[in-house]
Design a binder for this molecule. Sequence first.
Ligand code: PNS
Length: 158
Amino acid sequence: MRRVLYPGSFDPITNGHLDVINRAARLFNEVVVGVAINEDKQPLFTTVERVDLLKEVTKDIKNVKVVSFSGLLIDAVDNLKAFAVIRGLRAVSDFEFEFQMALMNRELSEECETIFMMPSTKYSFVSSRLIKEIANNNGDVTSFVPKLVDDTLKNKLK
Ligand code: PNS
């Protein structure tokens, strides 16, 4: 049973995240999407909102589960009995941080492997941070996020 954990802030989920989830779901038996609870960050969406949005937009992908987790990623990997972590790599600029995080996680837990997956190039410039900035300034983000996320963003920023 190949279960992988795809962790992130998902504040909010974008089409780029969804693209990675779909690709991972085709390769592995189960993809657990883990919404990180980080007390130091001030997310726009609460943990419950982020989990609910993810659940709704992945509801048709049978082997995807959504959970939240706090604490270290290596502990979530262990608790969920995942055999690897999935992270999306959009561009070379992502690489340095991701490389450092993957190696640190493996230093903390020898079995913690990270698998990098590239989303479609059409999402290589899409990030949750830019989505929030554009939406906050009344810009159009409809082609970068699922419709539900677009509607929820509009309601939240009204
Ligand atoms: O979507 P993000 O914000 O890039 O996701 C980052 C995330 C949540 C994967 C990372 O911050 C994380 O793993 N947090 C859990 C705490 C942890 O294990 N930190 C040490 C990482 S080496």
